[in-house]
Design a protein around this ligand. Structure first.
Ligand SMILES: Cc1ncc(C[n+]2csc(CCOP(=O)(O)OP(=O)(O)O)c2C)c(N)n1
Ligand SMILES: [Mg+2]
Length: 361
């Protein structure tokens, strides 16, 4: 496949081979209902985080994933537990999708000891090595070479795990992105790079900073690339299931642009709309491209879901989110003596900082 732009999956999509019914048939009603419940959980979780931020329970940066839930559910759903995920700072729903308990994620946002990073990482630095969720990275593009490195480790050990490395549209203009993609393609590393194209990097529209389309970026490195509608979780799930199996079978790296939209501001401290995008644009996207509504309507049309079942599902996820918030509320702040653990703090004779050895594995 190296050297070509399209994948088998692309060919199918270009021919319009997969309509809504066919997607539902392939995913199956039970799994589609599970995807809906997962996305509802992510949405209610993020709304709770928004509320907690507003009343000062969460401090610092906090970037919500509202509107983009289909990308988390559709891309992480087809993975096995032993597969890896690494991402940027808009990471809450991806962490939950990879199996970190919502309570541990919420406690991390609250900066509490029970958080998945011990309360010292916060919203942007969710980690759980056991769940193979490798962060949560605040530096734009920093996770891309790290993702390639995880792929290298998998190959080196002779494993068949797949790495999904998420990045935002703004990260494709980082130098590290190009270096990592090049080596990833040359070494045929088992990594799927998923660009969550929500069309903006903070207040800058992608079209203002790029003369090419995002999926074209991978061509320069001979990496098969494709585009998927990230608001259609069934399409995303099916597309990713195909790519994951190609990569697991030794096909080398893949690149996917998942087209999506952020319904909220860049972070909690930014406005939803303003000089960089109009209120009307946000309203139209929110009404017409909500991944939850799209799947809900499709399931209702197919007779697989009714209003009562939907309400039950909603109540169930609200219960999970309330429990997560209670767990976070009840968890203590980290004690002073752990503040210097797991951080670079000492300077050696060469003037370099090195890791505190107290908790070295
Ligand atoms: C190297 C670097 N430069 C600048 C920033 C400041 N910054 C934080 S988020 C962001 C925009 C990133 O947008 P994108 O990658 O599209 O992700 P999105 O926020 O849309 O999910 C910028 C420029 C940073 N964190 N790191
Ligand atoms: Mg973006």
């Amino acid at each position: 496949m190296a050297g070509t732009r399209t994948t088998k999956v692309d060919e199918d999509r270009r021919d319009g081979a997969r309509g809504g019914d066919e997607l539902l048939e392939r995913v199956g009603e039970d799994r589609a209902l599970e995807l809906l419940e997962n996305m509802l959980l992510y949405r209610r979780f993020e709304e709770k985080a928004e509320e907690a931020y507003a009343i000062g329970k969460i401090g610092g940066f906090c970037h919500l994933h509202i509107g983009q839930e289909g990308v988390a559910a559709g891309c992480i759903g087809p993975l096995r537990d032993e597969d890896y995920v690494i991402t940027a700072y808009r990471d809450h729903t991806q962490a939950i999708a990879k199996g970190i308990e919502p309570g541990k994620v919420m406690a991390e946002l609250y900066g509490r000891e029970g958080g998945c990073s011990g309360g010292k990482g916060g919203s942007m630095h969710l980690f759980d090595a056991e769940r193979r969720f490798m962060g949560g990275h605040g530096i734009v593009g920093a996770q891309v070479p790290l993702g390639a490195g995880i792929g290298f480790a998998v190959r080196y050990r002779g494993g068949d795990e797949v790495v999904v490395c998420f990045l935002g549209d703004a990260a494709v203009n980082q130098g590290a992105f190009h270096e990592a993609l090049n080596m990833s393609a040359v070494w045929e590393l088992p990594v799927i790079y998923v660009v969550e194209n929500n069309h903006y990097g903070m207040g800058t529209a992608f079209r203002r900073v790029s003369a090419t389309e995002i999926d074209q970026r991978a061509c320069a490195y001979g990496m098969p690339s494709s585009v998927v509608d990230g608001q259609d979780v069934l399409e995303t799930w099916v597309h990713m299931e195909d790519l994951v199996s190609e990569v697991r079978d030794g096909g080398g790296s893949r690149f996917v642009e998942a087209r999506t939209y952020r319904f909220k501001g860049h972070s909690m401290s930014d406005p939803v709309s303003g000089t960089y995008r109009s209120k009307e644009e946000v309203q139209e996207r929110t009404e017409k491209q909500d991944p939850i509504r799209i799947l809900r309507d499709r399931l209702m049309e197919a007779g697989a879901l009714d209003q009562e079942a939907l309400e039950e599902m909603n109540e169930k996820v609200k219960g999970v989110v309330n429990e997560a918030a209670e767990f976070a509320d009840g968890s203590p702040v980290p004690s002073e003596d752990v503040l210097y653990e797991d951080v670079y703090r000492e300077i050696n004779e060469h003037g370099r900082l090195f890791l505190d050895g107290r908790k070295r594995p």
